[in-house]
Design a protein around this ligand. Structure first.
Ligand code: FES
Ligand code: FES
Length: 166
């Protein structure tokens, strides 16, 4: 970052929130997209941009437990909020079991949709720990995938939920 942009940043408001259980403070325009702040300012590039206009779900995150498209959220709106991105799922260098299920079932190909799919699944499973296949289809209806044909994704979530039942 050069001196000019530093000077520019100093004129911007501080916006504090929590990401993956870490408190962060960024200087940004209130209307900057949360997606850009996560990726470019905080280095959390696991959140992907697909359409950039709220149609594909690639940029899905959990905002105070609610599944949202981060490309549509102005960062000024998340002051004091708790955000979960895909980076917050793995612990101690080990993938979350849901991520493992995606790997095992072939639920990820190019990977652009995968973080959003997994966070949509986390949201669904927080409401319905034992989802039916119809629940899974409904829960992921806002997330598009160009590669897998969806069945491997649905199977991964069903496999994880079955495992969680045991
Ligand atoms: Fe946000 Fe497509 S990039 S919904
Ligand atoms: Fe490529 Fe879903 S794996 S868009």
């Amino acid at each position: 970052m050069n001196d000019l942009s530093l000077a520019h940043d100093r004129g911007l408001p501080e916006i504090a929130f929590t990401v993956n259980q870490h408190r962060v403070v960024v200087r940004a325009h209130s209307m900057d997209r949360l997606l850009d702040v996560l990726r470019q300012r905080l280095g959390l590039t696991g959140t992907k941009e697909g359409c950039g206009e709220g149609e594909c779900g690639s940029c899905s995150i959990l905002l105070d437990g609610v599944l949202v498209n981060s490309c549509l959220i102005p960062v000024g709106q998340v002051r004091g909020s708790n955000i979960l991105t895909i980076e917050g799922l793995a612990a101690d260098g080990r993938l979350h079991a849901l991520q493992q299920a995606f790997l095992h079932c072939g639920g990820a190909q190019c990977g652009i949709c995968t973080p959003g799919m997994i966070l949509a699944a986390v949201h669904l499973l927080s409401k319905k720990p034992r989802p039916t296949m119809e629940d899974i289809r409904d829960g992921l209806s806002g997330n598009l995938c160009r590669c897998t044909g969806y069945m491997q994704i649905f199977d991964a979530i069903a496999a994880y939920a079955g495992r969680a039942d045991q």
